[in-house]
Design a protein around this ligand. Structure first.
Ligand code: SAH
Length: 354
């Protein structure tokens, strides 16, 4: 264990490295050598062009850890790869790499566990253990890319945890991953999914980052939503959708809505009609006409929750009802069906074993 808390090398921006180099009597260009190699997954000890003296100083001044592949599952159906990554303190998180025609997408975790308490979700069962640092958020992308040997061009923050509950580290990570000399992933290729922390949405709106925001809505009214998502007791549906309208008005960035279909809970035609009504009422006012897209996701059955996924007919009827009311709806194609690719389940299985 470190006796003094050392700064994490992977969490630092190029300008911060430059500053450190100058303060330690090194030329500034050393930062330009260090940063790209770090983001390719090399440890400072492997960077022979830095020289022994600087390597030694970096060892003294910083900690460096890349998430370690503890388990790796590859789908025989579609090539989706699921990682269980071990962190420096023995905790673990999950990341999933999905292969699409437009490139590889990684789904990363934002916290160890989660405290949002959604009733259908495996990630929240043991609560939140801690936030991930910016370096650990980034480390998932670097380690996965290094392991699969192919460029990762898209990121979705839809793994374990609530990104807006780890706000500062997530924003730092977004800046890091966008750096030209690092992974250089464009903001437009990054999505962030939230259960609806309105304060966070308002802050994000001011960051001026053209990422895509996804809202996990999952229900059209407070009664239905509060029954499956406790966060709704704090931030209700109306206020959430008003915050979405404002976000769109300010940023011009379209928001997508996630709707997990759970048999008998939120999947009736009446629920769909209500959803269309409430989305249209809040997001399509006389002055704003936000394009609305709803992703329908049959709930992934987690043994502890007892929720069942909706039947094929109920899903089709739900989608048709939305379309009829002018709302685009797609049923999410399920990748990695044979490897339990929904986040949270692998970590839970590992926790049970240990
Ligand atoms: N905390 C963020 C991101 C992590 S969850 C959020 O709530 O958006 C990513 C998505 O998976 C969310 O839409 C979440 O509601 C959904 N999800 C969680 N458990 C699920 C399950 N068992 N089946 C289907 N979707 C689930």
């Amino acid at each position: 264990m470190d006796t003094v808390q050392r700064r994490e090398l992977l969490s630092l921006m190029p300008a911060e490295l430059e500053e450190w180099m100058l303060a330690s009597g090194e030329p500034k260009y050393r930062a330009g050598q260090l940063f790209p190699q770090l983001h390719r997954g090399l440890s400072p000890d492997e960077m022979t062009n830095l020289g022994k003296r600087l390597q030694e100083k970096l060892r003294e001044g910083f900690s460096w850890h890349l998430p370690v592949v503890e388990q790796k599952l590859v789908s025989a159906i579609d090539g989706t790869v699921k990682y269980l990554f071990g962190l420096a303190d023995g905790n673990c998180v999950e990341s999933v790499v999905m292969k699409y025609d437009h490139g590889n997408t990684i789904c990363i975790s934002s916290q160890v566990g989660c405290r949002m308490g959604c009733k259908f979700c495996a990630s929240t069962i043991g609560g939140r253990v801690r936030d991930l640092t910016a370096g650990e958020l980034l480390g998932q992308v670097i380690a996965a890319q290094k392991d699969c040997g192919e460029r990762i061009s898209n990121i979705v923050m839809m793994g374990i945890g609530e990104p807006l509950d780890n706000y500062d580290n997530v924003i730092r990570f977004l800046h890091l991953v966008n750096c030209e000399t690092g992974l250089n992933i464009g903001y437009r290729h990054i999505s962030l999914s939230t259960c609806g922390l309105i304060d966070g949405i308002r802050r994000l709106q001011k960051e001026n980052l053209p990422i895509t925001l996804s809202i996990s809505l999952h229900a059209p009214d407070d009664e239905t939503r509060s029954a499956i998502m406790p966060i709704n007791n704090r931030y209700g549906v109306s206020d959430l959708l008003d915050a979405c309208r404002e976000y769109y008005a300010q940023t011009g960035r379209r928001i997508s809505f996630e709707y997990t279909l759970i048999a008998g809970k939120n999947d009736s035609v009446e629920n769909a009609q209500k959803l269309a009504r409430v989305l249209n009422a809040h997001l399509r006012t006389r002055t704003d006409t936000m394009p609305i897209h709803v992703n329908l996701i049959p709930v992934n059955e987690v043994s502890e929750t007892g929720f069942r996924k909706s039947g094929r007919e109920a899903i089709a009827a739900f989608a048709k009802t939305l379309e009829y009311k002018g709302i685009r709806a797609t049923v999410r194609r399920k990748l990695g069906a044979d490897i339990n690719a929904s986040c949270g389940q692998l970590r839970r299985a590992a926790m049970k074993q240990s």
